[in-house]
Design a protein around this ligand. Structure first.
Ligand SMILES: [Zn+2]
Length: 169
């Protein structure tokens, strides 16, 4: 099932998501739906609050279907290591049509559970490192625009408000 993507302005995007405690068939179904919804929206990462579900679950595939082995499920993820620095353009499915330069760590290690509840650690570089940070931010109610200057952030918010008024958001 493809869920619509929740956009900026919905409070679910700005509150911390709940820890997942039951690793059942409903969770597996939700994760499958999240991949489907992410691909349909042409994204490389999706956090559950972005489909209106305030749970600590994210899916990532920075290869966008090219490498089935690159599909990652992060349940209750925690960032446990960060190294180096990268600057690059970043966007978000919940803030469509905007992109900004965001400085992030270059190498990031995440500790998470898989859909069966098994703990694992995964280290990613470059785009994958960026995805780990971006998605785990989502689960803490934080959006990438919190990492840009207040000036740029206010400009984006003003444009979004205009679009909301015009019924274009
Ligand atoms: Zn996002």
């Amino acid at each position: 099932m493809i869920y619509p993507i929740v956009k900026f302005g919905d409070p679910v995007l700005e509150k911390p998501a709940a820890t997942v405690t039951s690793f059942d068939d409903d969770l597996k179904k939700l994760i499958a739906d999240m991949f489907e919804s992410m691909y349909a929206a042409r994204g490389v990462g999706l956090a559950a609050p972005q489909i209106g579900i305030s749970k600590r679950i994210a899916v990532v595939d920075v290869t966008f279907k090219e490498d089935p082995g690159a599909k990652l499920v992060l349940v209750n993820p925690e960032i446990v290591g960060k190294e180096g620095r990268q600057r690059g353009s970043e966007g978000c499915l919940s803030i469509p049509e905007f992109r900004e330069e965001v400085s992030r760590a270059k190498v990031v290690t995440v500790r998470a559970q898989d859909e069966a509840g098994n703990f694992f650690e995964h280290t990613g570089e470059d785009l994958l490192a960026r995805a780990f940070l971006h998605e785990s931010d989502h689960l803490n109610g934080k959006l990438y625009i919190s990492h840009i200057s207040a000036l740029k952030r206010d400009l984006i918010k003003r444009k979004i408000k205009k679009m909301m008024k015009a019924g274009e958001w």
